[in-house]
Design a binder for this molecule. Sequence first.
Ligand SMILES: *[C@@H]1O[C@H](CO)[C@@H](O)[C@H](O)[C@H]1NC(C)=O
Ligand SMILES: *[C@@H]1O[C@H](CO)[C@@H](O)[C@H](O)[C@H]1NC(C)=O
Ligand SMILES: *[C@@H]1O[C@H](CO)[C@@H](O)[C@H](O)[C@H]1NC(C)=O
Ligand SMILES: *[C@@H]1O[C@H](CO)[C@@H](O)[C@H](O)[C@H]1NC(C)=O
Ligand SMILES: *[C@@H]1O[C@H](CO)[C@@H](O)[C@H](O)[C@H]1NC(C)=O
Ligand SMILES: *[C@@H]1O[C@H](CO)[C@@H](O)[C@H](O)[C@H]1NC(C)=O
Ligand SMILES: *[C@@H]1O[C@H](CO)[C@@H](O)[C@H](O)[C@H]1NC(C)=O
Ligand SMILES: *[C@@H]1O[C@H](CO)[C@@H](O)[C@H](O)[C@H]1NC(C)=O
Length: 550
Amino acid sequence: MASSISLTSLLFFFYTTLSISSSVTFSATVVEDLNNLNPPPDFNTTIVNNCKNQPSLRYCKNVTPLGLDLPEIFKFTIVASHLCNESKNPNCIESFPKIDLRNRPKIAPLYLSFTFFWKFCPLTILSIDLANNSLKGNFPSDIFHCSQIQALDLSHNNLSGDVPIQNLSMVVTNLTYLNLSYNHFSEIKISDTKFLKRFNSSSFLYSGLIPDHKKFKIKALLLLFGFPIFMIFMVVFLCWLCFYRPDFLPRIFQRKHKFTPSMLKAATNGFSKKNLVAKSDQLHIYKGLLRDGSEVRIETYWENISREERRNFVEECKVLVRLSHKNLVQVVGWCDHRRLRAVVAEWIEGENVEMWLSRSAPPWKKRVKMLMRIVEAMRYLQEEWPQVGYDLKTSSILLPEDHREALISRFRVEDQNGCTNKKVNKLGVLVLEMVTNRRPREEFESGEAGFVEWVRMNYTNNTYVAEKVSLIDERMKKMTQHTLDQATEAIGLGLMCTDLSSRGRQPSLDQISDMITTLYDSFVLVSASPNQKRVMHGDRGRRHRRIQSR
Ligand SMILES: *[C@@H]1O[C@H](CO)[C@@H](O)[C@H](O)[C@H]1NC(C)=O
Ligand SMILES: *[C@@H]1O[C@H](CO)[C@@H](O)[C@H](O)[C@H]1NC(C)=O
Ligand SMILES: *[C@@H]1O[C@H](CO)[C@@H](O)[C@H](O)[C@H]1NC(C)=O
Ligand SMILES: *[C@@H]1O[C@H](CO)[C@@H](O)[C@H](O)[C@H]1NC(C)=O
Ligand SMILES: *[C@@H]1O[C@H](CO)[C@@H](O)[C@H](O)[C@H]1NC(C)=O
Ligand SMILES: *[C@@H]1O[C@H](CO)[C@@H](O)[C@H](O)[C@H]1NC(C)=O
Ligand SMILES: *[C@@H]1O[C@H](CO)[C@@H](O)[C@H](O)[C@H]1NC(C)=O
Ligand SMILES: *[C@@H]1O[C@H](CO)[C@@H](O)[C@H](O)[C@H]1NC(C)=O
């Protein structure tokens, strides 16, 4: 069976507007044609013109500058025209969209062997089907020259070796259909997800390739179950943080002032004995270190309380954290757990007034100054927070290491609003303690009341100043007459404050403040007056001035 293709139509494929007069008759088989046909004389011109008009043609790379391999290009045109017709393309060879050699085991290997054809693979080809041809050997990599193809079927062959997955995914980038099923490729697991995404497993049935389903499955499982589990875990973890260790949360999520038992436990090394600084039946006071590095004093009460009591406690603490004065220890927060209540305040490194009085026998001026500061704090509380009560025992007033300011350290919100009488009374006791350096709660059988009574007796029964002086802390007696007068005056003030018999006599806080300030100021005036200083105070005067100028 002889069939003929005119060279005109052959070249039409490359450059449609070109008309060539001469015509060549093709013989039956591609092999014969390749052996017998020669390029026409003007073939070089035609090709050069083709390339001028369509430089993207693959063979044009070999054309310029006239180093063109004309015989090879001619052979290519012969194979192309045969292959186009074999593939039953309707309009050979102007359009050549597919290479269809399905079920053609006799000729498919032959066409695959024409390397020069594949090298110049026509740009029009979009589909290559080489299925069911008993192809042997490695993957036919020449196909990658046709980098524009969109479909490739190599199924039902006996191909072996590695599948060039890299080139499949990187070179033939427009590939949308691939079938490698029923081959004997080397077993590898495909885990190139980009490649897998485009083709599902039916592209690789019995091909030797194993789409890495395990990995895929694991991913799917992770997504399906892992993610929710992860989320649940995160939520649980966050809840745990919220309830137990909110100090690990970002600051905006933390509830200000609120401490959990776990936080306090962490701050005190598990409420260790080392951190315990004071202890009574219900109250344990610890020194703690918070996560932010600040040291705190933690007053803990270990007892079960009712819900009502708990609510009151929280309300109370909400007030306490708002107190802010330079002579009050700053309360930073609280803990209201069912079994553990705690008040957390700043840690003051130093001593309390009781220790101060007994150890260092402070001069009168310093005592007055301390009283002045305490009264300032009391006035602040009276004006701003009349419901807040406080403890004025010498053991509860703290002096930081620098001894600059005295600090009231223990408060509570009292039921009776503004019970000023009691507070003034306590202040009176404190004033008397400051002057006498006695410990009413230890030295007197009936405590403070007994102490006050004792002072009052000695003060009023002795009309002579000298005997009143016997009440005054002995260690201050070397002081001047002026200071002794002041101390005596202070006793009078203390007695006035503690006089509960007739309300009229108890001075107001403002009055007390005025009196103490006057005491202090007169002292300063005396020490500042140079004549008197030299006469009366000697060295001490200089020291006072130094303290003042600080
Ligand atoms: C084409 O080939 C002919 C002879 O085969 C030659 O005369 C002519 O110069 C060639 N043209 C080009 C452009 O190479
Ligand atoms: C081209 O294909 C048609 C139909 O498939 C066939 O009849 C004809 O012989 C073929 N021509 C050549 C040159 O192979
Ligand atoms: C493969 O080709 C043979 C004929 O060459 C045919 O009998 C068989 O059905 C084809 N198999 C497939 C799967 O196309
Ligand atoms: C894959 O492509 C690269 C260049 O893109 C080439 O060097 C290599 O030979 C190709 N491999 C196969 C198996 O075709
Ligand atoms: C893929 O198709 C696009 C658009 O049709 C084209 O621009 C691009 O050149 C093609 N890629 C290859 C490798 O042929
Ligand atoms: C396929 O090739 C393998 C060797 O790679 C050979 O053992 C086997 O017989 C071949 N099968 C067919 C059907 O050609
Ligand atoms: C795989 O993809 C082909 C299209 O490429 C589609 O026809 C077929 O249904 C898909 N099979 C599966 C199992 O997803
Ligand atoms: C690939 O070919 C096999 C066998 O002919 C067929 O079962 C499978 O569905 C084909 N895959 C695709 C993606 O068409």
